[in-house]
Design a binder for this molecule. Structure first.
Ligand code: GTP
Length: 208
């Protein structure tokens, strides 16, 4: 195991997860994070300069998990910098603006670039239609079909009115815990089946 893989294992044991937000400029990536972390919304927020890191401890079923939110900038000039963070992400939020069809059309590009650079470390992928307080100019059936074809969970949000923001992160937390429990059960099962087969071996030796 190399140094990075060791670090990944430590992160998982301590229930630390990295969540990255991707999507065109101005779709509301920073606003969603600000709403979740500090419960604030700013109409005149500045574009993210490069990458910004935020943290929040989430408590679910008496278990605490640390969420590190990696906020990227959607502009082309920052693309290479953003890509360098893709391989660390456990959860990715592909975000578009429900009022801006172009931002939805560009999501496929974000998904392709992410898939090419994540090293398959990602556990959960979500498609987020933000700004649901404005007129929806992207057809719902196109969104649903896209989410199905790309195997991503869809949710519509508004950072402005605080619609579905806490619900989104609560769902992420619950799904991460479920995945963790599945993994623990699988490794417990495979350990106990190894013990069982060892016992069988011993009993074989005795009888023959
Ligand atoms: P970059 O950092 O340039 O990539 O942009 P971003 O995707 O982080 O968008 P940001 O959060 O900076 O928001 C862009 C603009 O959209 C700002 O004027 C926000 O106030 C506004 N905005 C963000 N979320 C919402 C929302 O849910 N509804 C409405 N009406 N406006 C929003």
């Amino acid at each position: 195991m190399n140094e990075n893989e060791n670090k990944d294992e430590d992160e998982k044991k301590n229930l630390e997860y990295k969540i990255i937000t991707l999507g065109d400029s101005s779709v509301g990536k920073t606003s969603i994070i600000n709403r979740f972390i500090n419960d604030i919304f700013d109409e005149d927020i500045d574009p993210t300069l490069g990458i910004k890191h935020n943290f929040k401890i989430l408590e679910i079923n008496d278990k605490k998990m640390k969420l590190s939110l990696i906020d990227t900038n959607g502009q082309e000039k920052y693309r290479a910098l953003s890509v360098s963070y893709f391989r660390h992400a456990h959860v990715v939020l592909f975000i578009f603006n429900l009022n801006d069809p172009l931002s939805f059309n560009n999501i496929q590009d974000w998904i392709n670039t992410f898939n090419d650079n994540n090293n398959k470390k990602v556990i959960l992928k979500y498609l987020i239609g933000n700004k649901n307080d404005l007129e929806q100019r992207v057809e719902q059936n196109l969104i649903d079909e896209f989410a199905k074809n790309n195997n991503v969970t869809y949710m519509s949000t508004s950072a402005k009115t605080n619609s579905q923001i806490n619900e989104l992160f609560q769902m992420i937390g619950e799904e991460l815990l479920e995945e963790e429990e599945k993994k623990t059960n699988n490794s417990f099962r495979s350990k106990s089946s190894r013990t069982l087969s060892k016992r069988k071996d011993k009993s074989k030796k005795k009888c023959c």
